[in-house]
Design a protein. Structure first.
Length: 252
């Protein structure tokens, strides 16, 4: 199995480094180059590729400098997004070879129009689509698109590890605990997250099994969530429940 290491960037971003025992590696969503270069040089790793989930600057800002330093790297990115220097464009249903593991590309529009996620080796790199206890804002897509994108991810095996791109878990939990106050899994998870953050430890990766128990945006079919948005939703459909929940979170 591949090893995944986090490279903190900006205030709350994670750049993910996927590497093998023989020091070959790939990075996911390098918003800035300097922390990546420092890790590569310190650990004597050979960068072979960059995976990009979407075009926001805090996910692509380091591409140009990394390409300048490592000119032979393969830059894999969604073809529907405006991303510089791409050598391999991908879309929903494509596959990407990462060392000896095959990763599937899943189209997950919502946060941006052409956002993709990569899943393989029981690991999901989902950018800003799914967060622990939350989901991304709707900058370019619709609520229906994001809902269906999250359903695609929720259909993956429970043991899938969720490598999202931000440390938003504590703030997401504050909202989730209001949206579903009587969820005992949420209350236990809050205690665990509080303990981890007090020690400066990352809450990521989560797992899909965990998220399906505590993430309100994956629980829009549950009566408890539907009840919490009764005065905000125009009907009781799962999609409208999601839309109402997302509008509420935007104002929270």
């Amino acid at each position: 199995m591949l090893t995944v290491q986090s490279i903190p960037a900006f205030d709350d971003n994670y750049i993910w480094l996927i590497h093998t025992p023989d020091n070959r590696c790939v990075v996911v969503d390098p918003g800035e180059a300097a922390p990546v270069i420092k890790v590569l040089e310190t650990q004597q790793l050979q960068l072979e590729a960059i995976l990009i989930t979407h075009h926001h600057h805090d996910h692509i800002g380091g591409i140009s400098e990394l390409k300048r330093r490592y000119p032979n790297i393969n830059i894999v990115a969604p073809g529907a997004e405006p991303i510089p220097g791409v050598s391999q464009s991908v879309e929903d249903g494509d596959q990407v070879e990462i060392f000896d593991e095959r990763f599937m590309v899943i189209g997950v529009p919502g946060h941006t129009a052409g956002h993709v996620a990569y899943v393989g080796d029981e690991k999901l790199f989902c950018g800003d689509t799914l967060f622990s206890a939350g989901c991304g804002r709707l900058f370019e897509g619709t609520a229906a698109q994001m809902y269906h994108s999250l359903q695609k991810l929720a259909a993956l095996p429970d043991e899938t590890q969720v490598y999202c791109a931000h440390e938003y878990t504590s703030s997401n939990l504050a909202f989730a605990l209001v949206a579903e106050q009587d969820n005992p899994h949420l209350q236990r998870y809050r205690e665990e997250v509080s303990r981890l953050r007090a020690q400066g430890i990352s809450t990521i990766p989560s797992t899909l099994k965990q998220e399906k128990l505590i993430n309100p945006f994956l629980r829009c079919d549950q009566p408890s969530i539907k009840k919490s948005v009764t005065n905000r939703a125009v009907d009781e459909s799962d999609v409208e429940t999601f839309a109402a929940l997302r509008r509420w979170k935007d104002e929270f």
